[in-house]
Ligand binder design. Structure first.
Ligand code: ZN
Length: 104
């Protein structure tokens, strides 16, 4: 079960969240932060900026799911603010881009 399946509509977002033991919360974040993800007690929490448009929220959820799928949360190790790590940001974006290209 992965993002590829989600984008192909073989599974729902909720099914993928359950699979990754992940949950989404919507909150007011600083303007320059679309979202972030952190892991605590084996639960991944994705925080999405409430101010985003529907489309940007969807895009940000995919981005944060990519972090989970690429197992970057364990590597960051207790740094709750994963979005600050630029290399990981690039990896997550590239990963989504690749899946999108595969589907086309
Ligand atoms: Zn990120």
């Amino acid at each position: 079960m992965n993002i590829y399946n989600l984008l192909n509509k073989n599974i729902t977002q909720q099914e993928l969240l359950n699979y990754y033991n992940a949950t989404i919360v919507y909150d007011y974040l600083p303007e320059n932060i679309n979202g972030l993800v952190f892991n605590y007690n084996n639960i991944s929490t994705i925080v999405i900026n409430k101010n985003l448009s529907y489309y940007k929220k969807r895009k940000t959820i995919l981005h944060e799911l990519a972090h989970i799928e690429l197992n970057q949360l364990n590597q960051i190790d207790k740094d709750l603010f994963a979005f600050k790590v630029n290399n990981y940001e690039d990896d997550a974006n590239l990963y989504i881009k690749k899946i999108m290209e595969d589907i086309k």
